[in-house]
Design a protein around this ligand. Structure first.
Ligand SMILES: O=P(O)(O)OC[C@@H](O)[C@@H](O)c1c[nH]c2ccccc12
Length: 257
């Protein structure tokens, strides 16, 4: 499944590249205001740092929410106190787009994350050209030389990489590749099962200065509290926010966890 998602994302990027060649994407990336310091935003210790996700659907959960106006949802998250906004841009299974990312960028003043299956530099150029401050790099999708190359390119573009791991080996590979912000995803991308206890196990293995992001499986404020108590600097939440009646109120309840 992970391979299929990556292959689809790369095919979609190749299609866009025939309309917007690399040179043009580079220019668009350079025309943007510099990326925000997302690492600082996710490290803040005076609040719980929540990354609110704009997510319409997922392969494991199917359709979650319509989200006809991603910028309004992102503005609601930011107004409620989100530290950053994650935007799914994967088109096939998550029903997102780069247009969603651009719309969100224009609507908020907090760091914005491009959530995509990234396997080549062009996708990082697109992210920066659309105004992203953070790019997701999934260790399980990449061999070590490619992970290192994409991590270095993310930094060259002034962005922060959120490097996602599911296992101890992947967490160590993330750190070896230079990651300063490491995400531990409770959802196993091979089996789709949730393992929220993994966060604490793997977070303990990371160097003390790494920013630790707990990803997935939050339903209640108690789930947020458990991640924070296990050492999370930030918590990434999608489904619970987009499926609730009032995403801003739900986010506030997580901030008060
Ligand atoms: O909807 P949830 O369980 O709150 O999860 C959000 C986020 O962690 C999840 O969307 C995610 C984490 N890593 C990913 C990689 C690709 C796609 C999606 C994801």
């Amino acid at each position: 499944m992970l391979e299929e998602l990556l292959r689809g994302s790369l095919e979609d990027a190749a299609r866009r590249r025939s309309a917007v060649p690399t040179r043009v994407a580079e220019r668009h990336a350079l025309d943007r205001a510099p990326a925000m310091d997302a690492e600082a935003a996710l490290r803040r210790s005076d609040r719980i740092n929540i990354i609110g996700e704009v997510k319409r659907a997922s392969p494991s959960r199917g359709d979650l929410a319509n989200i006809s106006d991603p910028s309004a949802l992102a503005a609601a998250y930011a107004g409620a106190g989100a530290a950053a906004i994650s935007v799914l841009t994967e088109e096939r299974r998550f029903k997102g787009s780069l247009d969603d990312l651009r719309a969100v960028r224009d609507a908020v003043e907090v760091p914005v994350l491009r959530k995509e299956f990234i396997g080549e530099e062009y996708q990082l150029l697109e992210a920066r050209a659309a105004g992203a401050d953070i790019a997701l790099l999934i260790v399980a999708c990449l061999d070590q030389p490619l992970l290192e190359r994409l991590h270095a390119f993310t930094r060259e573009l002034g962005m922060t990489a959120l490097v996602e791991a599911h296992t101890r080996d992947e967490a160590l590979r993330a750190v070896d590749a230079g990651a300063t912000v490491v995400g531990i995803n409770a959802r196993d991308l091979h089996t789709f099962e949730l393992h929220p206890e993994r966060f604490g196990d793997l977070a303990a293995e990371l160097p003390s200065d790494a920013v630790r992001v707990a990803e997935s499986a939050v339903k209640t404020p108690a789930d947020v509290r458990r991640y924070v108590d296990a050492g999370a600097h930030a918590v990434l939440i999608g489904e619970a926010l987009v499926t609730g009646a009032d995403p801003a109120a739900t986010l506030e309840s997580f901030l008060n966890a």
